[in-house]
Every structure is written in structure tokens, then in C-alpha cells.
Design a binder for this molecule. Structure first.
Ligand code: HEM
Length: 123
């Protein structure tokens, strides 16, 4: 059973997390070029809404984007072990900066780690 993270951190907790993550993306030499230049506000909203729905909040992501099918949606991006590790590095920093309750941060990082490994689609 996972904790009801949305009930604990609310919209604002997920907003802080995704803001802190995407603030680092443009300056990153591996991830920066993968994301749409100038389109980061939309990307930030997609990740935020996805996480909110996934962790107990309103299902806005599914209403707007349909079934997540994340692995399929990530196929256009060259995600090797190095890109996966970099994504996790940025997300780990974002979890720290968002100052989420310790057990929530730890739970989310385990979820992110498994999901990020699942996204690897290049040797
Ligand atoms: C493993 C490293 C990863 C890389 C390099 C990566 C990269 C990207 C890129 C370039 C996009 C397109 C940005 C946009 O316009 O939305 C994207 C979208 C997205 N990513 Fe990732 N991602 C990674 C892992 C993850 C993980 C672990 C999750 C979930 C916890 C995730 C969730 C999403 C979501 C929800 C979208 C929006 C999909 C859509 O509706 O089109 N990503 N990702």
C-alpha cells in the first residue's frame, strides 16, 4: 500500500517538485537538447498533472492525454543508461529542493528510479 501522497503534499508539493526539476533541464548537456526548446512550461505541466493523478489527485493528465503509455511516449527520445541516470540526478535534487516530507521523498524516488529504468530504450 502506498501513502496517499497527494493528500500529504497537495498541488503545491507537486508544483514545487516539477518546477525544481524543469529549472535544471535547459542547462543540462544531455537532457536539455531532448526537450522542446521553449516548450518547457507545457512539459512541466504534463509531468505535474501525471504525478498528481498517479498519486491520488485529480485525473487531469488522463483526461487531457489519455492512457499514459509512458514507455511508448518516450521512444522518440534516445534514453540510454547515462540519460536515465542524469534524469534521476536532476530529480533527486528536485526532491531535495521541493522540501517534501522525508518519507514522501523517499517513496517518490523509488518510484522514479524504477520507472526511469523502464524508459531505457537505447543500448
Ligand atoms: C529516464 C529518463 C527520462 C527522460 C530522458 C525523459 C525525457 C522526456 C522528454 C524529452 C519528454 C517530452 C517533454 C514533453 O514535451 O512533455 C518527456 C515527457 C514525459 N515524461 Fe519523461 N523522461 C524520462 C523519465 C521519465 C519518468 C521516470 C517519468 C515518470 C515518472 C516520466 C514522465 C513523463 C511524462 C508524464 C511526460 C509527458 C508525456 C506526454 O503526455 O506526452 N519521464 N520525458
Amino acid at each position: 500500500m502506498e501513502p496517499d501522497i497527494y493528500a500529504i503534499v497537495g498541488e503545491e508539493g507537486f508544483a514545487r517538485l516539477t518546477r525544481a526539476f524543469y529549472a535544471q533541464v535547459p542547462g543540462d548537456e544531455i537532457l536539455g537538447p531532448m526537450y522542446p526548446a521553449g516548450g518547457l512550461a507545457d512539459a512541466e505541466q504534463r509531468l505535474r498533472d501525471f504525478l498528481i493523478g498517479r498519486f491520488g489527485g485529480p485525473p487531469r493528465y488522463i483526461e487531457q492525454r489519455g492512457h499514459p503509455r509512458l514507455r511508448m511516449r518516450h521512444m522518440p527520445f534516445p534514453i540510454d543508461r547515462r540519460a536515465r541516470d542524469r534524469w534521476m540526478q536532476l530529480m533527486t535534487k528536485a526532491v531535495e529542493e521541493a522540501a517534501l516530507p522525508q518519507e514522501v521523498g523517499a517513496f517518490l524516488l523509488r518510484f522514479f528510479s524504477g520507472t526511469a529504468t523502464f524508459m531505457i530504450n537505447r543500448p
